[in-house]
Design a binder for this molecule. Structure first.
Ligand SMILES: C[S@@+](CC[C@H](N)C(=O)[O-])C[C@H]1O[C@@H](n2cnc3c(N)ncnc32)[C@H](O)[C@@H]1O
Length: 324
């Protein structure tokens, strides 16, 4: 998943004049804080250098995973054309960029962000966005959202992980109240991220939400630890990204988990592929989360004819439709 060229250029302008050594140091600190899921009362991105490190090493990854989650929404709701958006914990506005790339109907976005530093960066980047109006609010989510109007699309990407678990339910309830159509939550693809998504899933099903993705059913999640549900999005790494992270390969696989719910149902798939498929030219085995609420490993052979042709193209995260 490539960044839109206008975003890439705007990021390059933000990074001009930053010494690689400083960037690599800040990226390292950021990565350690994220990996430890540190909640020590400080925002992770709390100075200019941390913000530049985020743009270099995290934004491309969160853009890729948010784009994949929004792609799943578009697949199940091909008629969805959001005009208004709320991005809670917007960081540099990654989710707004991903949504604007997916839906050109979008003309009004509101970003809420606690860190003035990353908010300022996001605001500058958004001048290059093809969205008529983008407004930014510096606010902590715990200070409430009661004064805000409903939006067609509400996004909460990589934010629950940074918040005290005691405020997750009230935040999700508030965001659902502000959702005129679809709410999408994205988290890191770790077992802990999956547990947070399961908590949101239970709450939202209880509130009458329709699950759009990734689950093809409303039953209890059939996965049991140490297994967990997650997906992967591949993104190219720029030279600076590689150098700042000390990586050698020109891509990165971002593991993520997400939940998309809506006020109205989407197309119901038969199943979703929840692990990398394996097999050969003659047969493929898929781990499927099925619409009956069960998980099954299913094999398809070349002799199955047309259905094999469709099934062998499926990737981790794709859905199997009734005619597949
Ligand atoms: C990992 S970043 C994700 C940014 C963006 N959504 C993305 O996916 O790239 C999490 C963001 O949430 C913000 N945040 C953390 N705690 C917050 C709070 N209590 N209220 C508002 N924003 C918060 C952080 O400052 C940070 O910008």
């Amino acid at each position: 998943m490539q960044l839109p060229p206008s975003l890439r250029e705007a990021i390059d302008r933000e990074l001009e004049g930053t010494a690689l050594r400083d960037l690599a140091g800040a990226a390292d600190v950021l990565s350690q804080r994220y990996r430890a899921e540190l909640r020590d009362g400080r925002l992770h991105v709390n100075d200019d250098l941390a913000a530049r490190a985020y743009l270099t090493t995290r934004l491309p990854a969160t853009f890729a995973s948010i784009s994949a989650a929004l792609g799943a929404v578009a697949e199940t709701r091909p008629d969805f054309a959001p005009q208004t958006l709320l991005d809670a914990g917007a960081g540099p506005g990654t989710a707004i960029w991903a949504a604007a790339q997916r839906w050109d109907s979008l003309h009004d976005a509101l970003a809420i962000e606690a860190s003035p530093v990353i908010r300022a960066v996001g605001e500058r980047l958004s001048h290059a966005l093809a969205v008529d109006r983008t407004a930014w609010l510096t606010r902590r989510l715990e200070d409430g959202l009661a004064d805000l109007a409903e939006r067609d699309l509400v996004l909460l990407a990589y934010v629950l992980v940074e918040l005290s678990p005691s405020m997750h339910d009230s935040l999700i309830k508030q965001l659902w109240r502000l959702t005129a159509d679809t709410l999408v939550i994205v988290e890191p693809g770790t077992p802990e991220g999956w547990i947070r998504i399961l908590g949101a899933r239970d709450l939202l099903i209880g509130a009458g939400a329709h699950l759009l993705a990734p689950c093809p059913h409303h039953h209890t999640c059939p996965l049991v630890r140490p297994d967990w549900c997650h997906f992967s999005a591949r993104l190219p790494r720029s030279r600076l990204h590689r150098e700042a992270k000390g990586g050698t390969v020109p891509w990165e696989d971002e593991k993520f988990i997400y939940l998309a719910v809506a006020r109205q149902p989407g197309i119901h798939p038969e199943a979703r592929v929840i692990a990398p498929p394996h097999g050969s030219k003659a047969a493929v085995t898929l781990k499927l989360c099925q619409k009956d609420g069960h998980v099954a490993e299913q094999s398809f052979a070349k002799r199955d004819g047309a259905s094999f042709k469709t099934v062998r193209k499926l990737r981790w995260g794709d859905v199997l439709l009734a005619e597949s």
